[in-house]
Design a protein around this ligand. Structure first.
Ligand code: IMO
Ligand code: MG
Length: 424
């Protein structure tokens, strides 16, 4: 069986925890898009780990982790992540981690440009500042540098020289910045190349051969469906295809080899960065939920915006991803509320809509139509049997299933592995 796990909202749905506990059933875990803009938190015992580039399954002994061609890799960040694990006595060998030679490299000018572009924009995206957008832009405009180039000094130097000629002019003339010295960048990145070389291979061949041998693969999505470059709330999105469709182009594994797609959603909604958010709470209630849910970005530490569950959004998400099973995360954060709302439609200029709007203006100015359900007072925190949930919590989950027309297989009731309900 080959699975995909994606986020069905704006990221931070709890994919890290979900992936961690379904990793027992798989042999190989693959990242297929995004970069170190992701922040996946996994709690093992009393220890918390946050992964940015490494697949969240990396802590599972005997599993192979793959960073596919669709990912953009900041080698400095990757090496820091590996060094951070080493400090905690976890050494990742080339047998355990395979990196695609076709992945694009996030260069220092991408990181700087990310910030400079933001500073010039009137409508800021609120990016993570990790250089993700500029790196994907170079990939598409065909001037990107790939991991394999770092291993070939001649090719790397000539590509870098070409890039710097153009980029330095932009830095100096448009942004009034100094620009980059060819030798300095070259020497730094050649060193990174040497360090990651043992992990580099043709991961498309590795994955397809492994699948042929009957190995089970888990594709780990980063970000969420509404941050997808095509289906998200453009332009307030990331620069890759974070939906299930991104698996094939981002790993070289064909769609016929994907058996199941699982989506993670929070029992409410959050978003980091700018952009429309129809069900966003008002500030006082926002503070309360943010505090309870510890809703601060795992990558940037920014406070996350919080709101009610939006069934219109999630239904669209389940459709474009072909989801068979749903994981509802962080149900415990809703403990103790008197009433809980679910958005079931939008109202725009006096008309009601049941589908997610394409028009930006409509998305910004739509008012959510809510259904209200009674909350539960007994805590769900730590519950691991569905039948032990308070009656109103079960009612809430039942209603979500009805609205979304997909079954809820997993419910998370806390950050620990044991604080999870698996229904079937
Ligand atoms: P995980 O995998 C939440 C958001 C940023 C910004 C927009 C574009 O942890 O769920 P980028 O740096 O990608 O160009 O920023 O996307 N964003 C995320 N929000 N979770 C993430 O990843 C995100 N990765 C990017 O906040 O709004
Ligand atoms: Mg995150």
């Amino acid at each position: 069986m080959n699975y995909v796990v994606v986020g069905a909202q704006w990221g931070d749905e709890g994919k890290g925890k979900l992936i961690d506990f379904i990793s027992d059933d798989i042999d190989i875990a693959v990242r297929f898009q995004g970069g170190n803009n992701a922040g996946h938190t996994v709690v093992v015992g009393e220890n918390e780990y946050i992964f940015h580039l490494l697949p969240s399954a990396i802590l599972h002994k005997g599993k192979v982790c793959v960073i596919g061609n669709g990912v953009v890799i900041d080698p400095k960040a990757l090496l820091e992540e590996l060094a951070g694990l080493k400090v905690r006595k976890i050494t990742i060998t080339p047998k355990q981690l395979k990196i695609s030679g076709l992945s694009h490299v996030v260069m220092p000018y991408h990181r700087i440009l990310d910030g400079l572009r933001e500073s010039k924009r009137q409508n800021k995206i609120g990016t993570t500042g990790r250089g993700i957008g500029p790196c994907y832009a170079d990939k598409v405009t065909r001037c990107g540098i790939r991991v394999i180039d770092l291993l070939n000094p001649k090719v790397f130097k000539s590509k870098l020289a070409d890039n710097l000629k153009e980029k330095n002019e932009t830095f100096q003339k448009v942004y009034k910045q100094k620009g980059f010295n060819l030798d300095t960048v070259y020497n730094e990145y050649i060193k990174y190349g040497k360090k990651i070389a043992p992990y580099v291979c043709n991961t498309a061949i590795y994955l397809n051969k492994s699948i042929q041998q009957g190995k089970a693969v888990l594709f780990e999505g980063a970000q969420g469906t509404f941050l997808d470059i095509d289906f998200g709330t453009y332009p307030f999105v990331t620069s890759s295809n974070s939906i299930v469709g991104g698996v094939c182009s981002g790993s070289g594994v064909p769609p016929t080899k994907i058996d199941k797609a699982i989506a993670a959603v929070k029992a409410y909604t959050t978003r980091v960065g700018e952009g429309p958010f129809p069900t966003e709470f008002t500030s006082k209630f926002m503070d309360e939920i943010r505090e309870k849910g510890n809703e601060f970005g795992a990558t940037t530490g920014r406070p996350r915006r919080c709101g009610w569950f939006d069934a219109v959004m999630v239904r669209y998400s389940l459709m474009v991803n072909g989801i068979s099973d749903l994981a509802i995360m962080k149900l415990d954060v809703l403990d103790g509320l008197k009433k809980i709302k679910i958005c079931v439609g939008y109202k725009y200029r006096g008309k009601e809509y049941k589908d997610f709007p394409m028009d930006f203006d409509m998305l910004c100015y739509s008012k959510p139509i809510y259904e209200e359900l009674p909350g539960w007072q007994e805590p769900v925190k730590g519950v691991s049997n569905y039948s032990d949930l308070p009656r109103n919590a079960i009612k809430y989950l039942d209603r979500l299933e009805q609205l979304l027309k997909v079954s809820v297989k997993y419910v998370s009731t806390g950050s620990k592995r044991a604080e999870t309900i698996i229904r079937y």
